[in-house]
Design a binder for this molecule. Sequence first.
Ligand code: ATP
Ligand code: 5RP
Length: 235
Amino acid sequence: MAVCTVYTTQLNPTCSSISTPSKSHLGFHQRQVVFYSTGKRTNRRGGNSSSSSISTSSCSPYVITCSAGDSQTLVIGLAADSGCGKSTFMRRLTSVFGGAAEPPKGGNPDSNTLISDTTTVICLDDYHSLDRTGRKEKGVTALDPKANDFDLMYEQVKALKEGTPVEKPIYNHVSGLLDPPELIKPPKILVIEGLHPMYDSRVRDLLDFSIYLDISNEVKFAWKIQGHGRAWPQS
Ligand SMILES: Nc1ncnc2c1ncn2[C@@H]1O[C@H](COP(=O)(O)OP(=O)(O)OP(=O)(O)O)[C@@H](O)[C@H]1O
Ligand SMILES: O=C(CO)[C@H](O)[C@H](O)COP(=O)(O)O
């Protein structure tokens, strides 16, 4: 059985509560946590009693545990809008799981994948079905489901979960083009991070755990102004 346990304290100074819905909503069946960017919110959906929240304002540690079936890869979905700290959060989380996360050795320097001892993080931007020009021509953004290949995402996440390597496409954020695929081997823990790890019900059903980073525009823009990371998305 693949198991992941995270012992951690507050992940960042603006993150002050975690919601852990005990019942499914929007069809989620797996365990979820939502990291909030501001303190007082315990329930986004206005009084839904199925959500409970854990305060971390005292910086006390909390524990997150999830597990998958025998010999299966454990799949974690991390969703957030662009610039909400998915990559930053994943770098921290993978280091908690063990080892520094690095791009695949000797591969495409513009790969979005990170590999550590136990964990592989794939970026769902790699499943954009339309490149930057294609999206412009069709008048859609990367958030539009039409700009993403959910069939391929499902097939490949399922294959990895079942222990089969895949040739995953690469969306190149520098050129805005789809590059030749890279080989991804099934890890112990697979994280799929991006705009839509929970949009497609087939992909959603593969998740053992899901995380949504709920970052306010105010905080997101403040982070951007601090000037870290790559430039704001091109499209
Ligand atoms: N907890 C944090 N505290 C301060 N700054 C942060 C934090 N998380 C992220 N940032 C900053 O916010 C910016 C966006 O973060 P990051 O690149 O991780 O987001 P992302 O969701 O992966 O973005 P994209 O989808 O555009 O690739 C970066 O400049 C990063 O340094
Ligand atoms: O990071 C993103 C979504 O997670 C980008 O918004 C998306 O991939 C489009 O990329 P670009 O703006 O570089 O064409």
